[in-house]
Design a protein. Sequence first.
Length: 169
Amino acid sequence: MGFLVCNIQPLEGNRVRLKRVRRLALGGPQGCFARHLPGMARNENGQWTLTAEELMRLDGLGVDDSSRVFFELASGSKPDRSLLQLIKVSGRTASLVTDALFYFKALGPVELEGDSSHGDFIVQDWQDQKHCYEQIRLEGGFAGGNWAWREPPQPLGASVFLPEGGSGQ
């Protein structure tokens, strides 16, 4: 489970192979957010927005037209996988916390290629993606912190899914 950089390889029909390149650490004391957000956010009154491409560049990766960032959701020991394609993340950084709103596109159905749980992914309906938003809080900001993930400060958590081209109204 976590953020992955994958290269997209078109297959026949509306299918693609997502070839794993490497993990992308956003949280944690050595993650991309801890290394870059305090300086970026301080210049913009705490507010910031980063696209998936900008995150890959900040992490020292070369970016081409086939590179994308995904969040992998595993369902325990089952081979079933779900992937969310990261489009951008926006947020606000304060002294000890950072609130982030992730904008994803949900992919499906997703299969693992081969027997290994670390194999490449095959996505059946590549063009049929739904919009998805997730709010997450990190324990880190201008004054430091461990940049660990935690629940946002609202009483109810929710994911919002919108059809492609939907306005959300």
